[in-house]
Design a protein around this ligand. Structure first.
Ligand SMILES: Cc1ncc(C[n+]2csc(CCOP(=O)(O)OP(=O)(O)O)c2C)c(N)n1
Length: 815
């Protein structure tokens, strides 16, 4: 070949590497028409050879990856023969299991929803190959996330739960055990052992999942990261995350983008997630051109420099090949990889839907499609009957066993690290002392305020550390920042790992944390909390991406596999937590009820009306309180630095693992009334109600939570009044009825009881607290609050001041 010829040859190959996927034969129903592209307009032997590689049943998108080594890796794999031949008998067995499972359920439980995988049953041999290759690469565990479609099939054939358990679900045995709780069968998680061909067993964790599509993605990543962290250096090799997606959901749900964006971030990476789009080119009744603006559902993933492999689900050998290639890429380069497995959906969205009403032409085509195992047997010259007979008799026996089960089967086993912990109803016996001695506090203070001799500290931070030193030694009142640092430091020294993430959490949105010191000459970092003592537990504090849903979901997932750690997600302002409403509703408050799965996650939500407008005022206390039932979460608003210290330590030190929602301060961070003397940290415990010892003779008793209480006390002092008494409710849920009753009894002359809040009447704790307090003080209870409003606060700082003044004047009885 002369140089001109070789240049042409390179050009042809380069064009097909770049654009070949646009003309690939990608789906069994002819949805993807080849896209004409001038750069592919070549004729001749070399073009034919390139076309065979890049326009067959695999379409590889990888030329957008800037790193030449990664591109070369993919092109070498695409352009060479398979190194080991495919075990076609094994693949046929997998397909039989996938298809015959669906057929059996279809014929025996007519009209029951199962969200069949038929049309895309190649998913089973794909996952099987991925896991076999993973086992060869050292994987010991896989964390799987997926939605409804094909989930039962995957649970039996990949997670390897006994089929009898799925049959028991269809028989709906033992309904009394789940009255008012539980979840539908295609959402519940499962654990099992995948028997790899090389003899290893890979522990499988299928994550429990809500209806809300894609919401499980960050939970899978968080759980994976926690498992990897437990293992240490080898964690990323030993634990693999695999997330499956529907094509419409992948393209449409914002949390997909948020989760992909976590992939390379230091605090969140899991060394690459394997994404599989189980693409059936339809979403309920919606066609692809109505569901995504791009040609492929997967196009969003091109935001990352990672390969995307489209593969025609009817060419099962190609599917298996892609599975291995994707897995090995993940192990080679530790990045995400996407497999877009393109098939069709044989039935309606669920089995009770008739798809011929909305897609009549497509479904006429689909009606004539043979089952995949039959076409594969045909194509590879194998007899499927022995496989079918064997599996069918397995299923028959399993159905019998399922029918006779008396108890609803539990499809998962919690890892042993959960053994010491429990949830259920709150029990005062779970309380532990959280106070520390002055000497212990001083030792931690020494560690928190120390940095290497050659570290160039910022003068403002230097001053802050000096002040913290005075606080720790009792020469200055403690603020929240120091109280938190002492809580984290003391827990780390007790062996409790700390993990906190949120936007700008390392410094703290309000300049209050400074957990990471930055050298002003070279920006080197020093984290005093990590250098307290040899053998201490790990402390991780991260600035997160600018997302709420994915990051909160990630931390929820992390807490699920690290019960002994204090895991916290922090909102920039509490208002933004509603960006993660799905995670709150579907996981944090309901995971125990639906799945019997616990979490000790802490949400730190800055809250308070300070004149910053409708969006920087409220963490929506009312919404969290509405979600409270059966001791599913705890809701607290600690109004002093010392209370915050005890609250954090209590959450980590008790064995009761229930999420904790904390309304944290903004202006209260430095409010003189909210500072604490050091001996507050020496007293034993968090107090659910703070009494007011200065006004024990008061006739008028105000009860409130958070900043307004301090404002009332300050104004009372300014006006030199002896009353009213101002009580602070520090814990809202579980409602501390007994503690409050005991505190109220200290005011024998009280005749007026008033709930005061700065939030509008339709917000805040009012509607939650009033009926509960009426049980204690009778119908005399009055309320003082802002007028009901569509937003939490006014946009005008001056209007805010006027409103606040009126509120305080009324509450003090001066109005
Ligand atoms: C966030 C969310 N919105 C809407 C729905 C209702 N819903 C359930 S399945 C479905 C279609 C899903 O299509 P696709 O992602 O392509 O998966 P497929 O069912 O085709 O496998 C919709 C809209 C949902 N479950 N979650």
């Amino acid at each position: 070949m002369n140089s001109v010829e070789s240049e042409r040859s390179d050009r042809i190959l380069d064009s097909f590497r770049r654009w070949g996927y646009l003309q690939a034969d990608l789906d069994p129903v002819g949805h993807f028409k080849p896209l004409l592209h001038p750069d592919l307009d070549f004729a001749g032997e070399e073009a034919d050879a390139a076309r065979r590689i890049y326009c067959g049943t695999i379409g590889a998108e990888f030329m957008h990856i800037p790193d030449p080594e990664k591109r070369r890796w993919v092109q070498d794999r695409m352009e060479s023969e398979l190194s080991t031949p495919i075990d076609r008998a094994h693949v046929l067995d997998q397909l039989v299991r996938a298809d015959v499972f669906e057929q059996t359920i279809h014929s025996r439980y007519i009209g029951t929803k199962r969200y069949s995988l038929e049309g895309n049953t190649a998913l089973i041999p794909l996952l099987d190959e991925i896991l076999n290759a993973a086992a060869e690469n050292g994987a010991e565990q896989a964390v799987l996330g997926m939605s409804h479609r094909g989930r039962l099939n995957v649970i039996i054939n990949i997670v390897h739960r006994p089929a009898s358990e799925i049959f028991a679900g269809f028989e709906d045995v033992d309904p009394r055990s789940v009255l008012g709780g539980g979840d539908v069968k295609y959402h519940i998680g499962a654990t099992g052992l995948f028997p790899a061909v090389n003899g290893n067993k890979v522990r499988m964790h299928m994550v429990s999942n809500p209806s809300h599509l894609e919401a499980v993605n960050p939970v899978v990543m968080g759980r994976t990261r926690a498992k990897q962290t437990r293992i240490g250096r080898d964690g990323k090799r030993k634990v693999l995350s695999i997330i499956m997606h529907g094509d419409s959901a992948f393209a449409g749900q914002g949390i997909t983008a948020e989760t992909l964006n976590l992939s390379e971030l230091r605090g969140y990476t899991v060394g690459g997630t394997l994404h599989v789009i189980a693409n059936n080119l339809i979403g309920f009744t919606t066609n692809p051109h109505e569901a995504y603006s791009s040609r492929f559902s997967s196009d969003l993933a091109k935001r990352l420099p990672i390969p995307i492999f489209h593969v025609n689900g009817e060419d099962v050998d190609a599917v298996v090949r892609v599975g291995r290639m994707a897995l090995e890429y993940r192990y080679q380069f530790a990045t995400d990889v996407v497999v877009d497995l393109i098939g069709f959906r044989r039935h309606g969205h669920s089995e009770v839907d008739d798809p011929t009403i909305t897609q009549p032409i497509l479904y006429r085509k689909i009606k004539d499609k043979p089952l995949l195992y039959l076409s594969y047997a045909d194509r590879t010259g194998q007899d499927p009957h022995p496989f079918v007979d064997k599996f069918q008799s397995e299923l028959d026996a399993a159905q019998k066993a399922g029918k006779s089960m008396e108890k609803k089967p539990v499809m998962r086993q919690l890892p042993s690290y959960w053994a010491p912990y429990h949830a259920g109803d709150y029990n005062p016996a779970d309380e532990v002392d959280t106070g520390l001695s002055a000497a212990a506090l001083q030792t931690i203070t020494d560690g928190l305020t120390k940095y290497p001799a050659d570290f160039h500290i910022h003068p403002k931070v230097h001053k802050m550390l000096e002040q913290r030193r005075e606080m720790g030694y009792g020469h200055r009142l403690l603020d929240y920042g120091m109280a938190e640092a002492l809580a984290f430091g003391s827990l780390a020294l007790q062996g409790t790992p700390i993990r906190l993430s949120g936007q700008d959490s390392r410094r703290g949105t309000f300049n209050q944390r400074h957990s990471v010191l930055i050298d002003i000459l070279d920006e080197k970092e020093f984290v005093p909390l990590c250098h307290l003592a040899p053998g201490q537990a790990r402390v991780e504090i991260y600035n997160s991406e600018l997302s709420e849903a994915a990051v909160m979901g990630f931390e929820y997932g992390f807490s699920r596999d690290f019960p002994e750690a204090l895991v916290m997600w922090e909102a920039q302002f509490g208002d933004f937590a509603n960006g993660a409403q799905i995670i709150i509703d579907q996981f944090v408050v309901s995971g125990e009820d639906k799945w019997d799965l616990l979490s000790g996650l802490v949400l730190l939500l800055p809250h308070g009306h300070e004149g910053q407008g409708p969006e920087h005022s409220s963490a929506r206390i009312e919404r969290f309180l509405q979600l409270c039932a059966r001791d599913n979460i705890q809701v607290a608003q600690p109004s002093t630095a010392g209370q915050y210290f005890h609250l954090l330590r209590r959450q980590a030190m008790r064995k009761w693992r229930t999420p904790l929602i904390v309304f944290t301060p903004k202006s209260m961070l430095r409010h003189p009334e909210a500072l604490s003397p050091i001996d507050d940290l020496e007293r034993p415990r968090f107090q659910t109600v703070l009494a007011d010892a200065t006004a024990l003779d008061a006739k008028r008793v105000l009860i409130c939570t958070g900043k307004i209480g301090h404002e009332l006390r300050l104004e009372r002092k300014k006006l030199n009044l002896a009353a009213p008494a101002v009580l602070l409710l520090e814990q809202l849920y579980p409602f501390p009825e007994n503690d409050l009753r005991a505190v109220l009894a200290q005011y024998p002359h009280a005749t007026q009881f008033i709930w005061v809040q700065e939030e509008p009447a339709n917000m805040g704790a009012l509607s939650f607290v009033v009926p509960r307090m009426k049980r204690l003080v009778g119908p005399k209870l009055r309320t003082i609050k802002r007028a009901a409003n569509a937003t939490p606060a006014t946009g005008s700082a001056k209007a805010h001041d006027l409103e606040q003044k009126t509120l305080i004047t009324l509450a003090l009885g001066k109005g």
